[in-house]
Design a protein around this ligand. Structure first.
Ligand code: SF4
Length: 293
């Protein structure tokens, strides 16, 4: 079991992003106890054994405030948000899961009250405790979705996909901005039929036109990593690794942060993206895909 370690982080850099958000904040928590830690989680490529809880929250928020204060206002609308500068606060943990380990209300309150900055994070956990907080639309939750049969294999012990979908209207009603995160997309036999079923689930659950206008999506094909693959095999994850580690259709790449990773071969990936998007757009044409890669 990973060790929980409380500390004051010295890594206080706000990083450029441009995909899930305009920027990524310094880590409030670095590490995760999520069910996907022995499968595809990219955080586990760098930090598997500990969960660092950074207690200098005020200092981190001060850095974000100073960063936001230097940006031109009003912001030019972009795919991350038409109005606010977006900051991903959960790139290295799962906030829904680690709610009790941090004063997230302090962080959410900072963004709720900030004139130009908005928080966003992806989660695989439905945490009803968050519904007690009204962020007035200044916190965006991105519920991660994948077909349930795949989720059972690669992200055991996370919230059921049907529960994540069912939670969407409740979080919107509570005051959250809600998107979905189709990530990671894992190719396997019958994958498009499985995604069709998933899109149909989403279509049946989100019926309010205002919700359909709000709930946008991001979609990311899986990547993996050689030493993560070996560690996962050693942890007994042979069934999921057979789907995640596919040298026959993957190629090596150097990731944006300079580390080694594999992804689907370029041409094959382009074909997968096209096929996935065709089914998506047929079943849930109201669900705008912000980006797919
Ligand atoms: S929930 Fe997210 S951060 Fe946590 S192990 Fe899974 S992928 Fe990693």
């Amino acid at each position: 079991m990973p060790q929980l370690k409380r500390q004051r982080t010295k890594t206080l850099t706000v990083k450029d992003n441009g995909r899930s958000a305009d920027y990524v904040t310094p880590n409030f928590i670095y590490g995760c106890l999520g069910g996907c830690r022995d499968s595809y989680c990219y955080v586990m490529r760098y930090n598997h054994d500990k969960v660092f809880i950074n207690e200098n929250t005020e200092q981190i928020l001060g850095r974000i405030d100073a960063h936001a204060g230097k940006l031109a206002w009003p912001k030019a609308p972009n795919q991350t948000d038409p109005t606010y500068y977006t900051y991903d606060i959960g790139c290295s943990t799962d906030i829904g899961l680690h709610w009790k380990h941090y004063d997230w209300e302090q962080v959410f309150t900072f963004f709720r009250d900030h004139p130009t900055a908005k928080a966003t994070f992806a989660t695989k956990y439905v945490n009803p405790k968050m519904l007690d907080f009204d962020p007035l639309g200044k916190v965006r939750i991105r519920f991660s979705l994948m077909p349930q049969n795949m989720s059972d294999l690669v992200e055991p012990k996370t919230s059921k996909i049907a529960d994540r979908i069912a939670a969407i209207p409740h979080f919107i009603a509570a005051g959250y901005d809600v998107h979905v995160n189709f990530s990671p997309i894992i190719f396997c036999e019958g994958w498009l039929d499985d995604y069709r079923t998933l899109f149909e689930q989403l279509d049946a659950a989100i019926t309010d036109p205002a919700h359909r206008a709000m709930v946008q999506a991001e979609a990311i094909m899986v990547t993996h990593n050689p030493w993560q693959h070996q560690r996962n095999l050693a942890a007994g994850m042979t069934e999921s690794e057979a789907l995640l580690w596919r040298p026959d259709i993957q190629e090596h790449k150097r990731s944006g942060y300079g580390s080694s990773a594999v992804r689907y071969r370029r041409d094959f990936k382009a074909q997968l993206c096209e096929e996935w998007l065709a089914v998506h757009d047929e079943v849930v044409p109201w669900n705008t895909v912000r980006y797919l890669f």
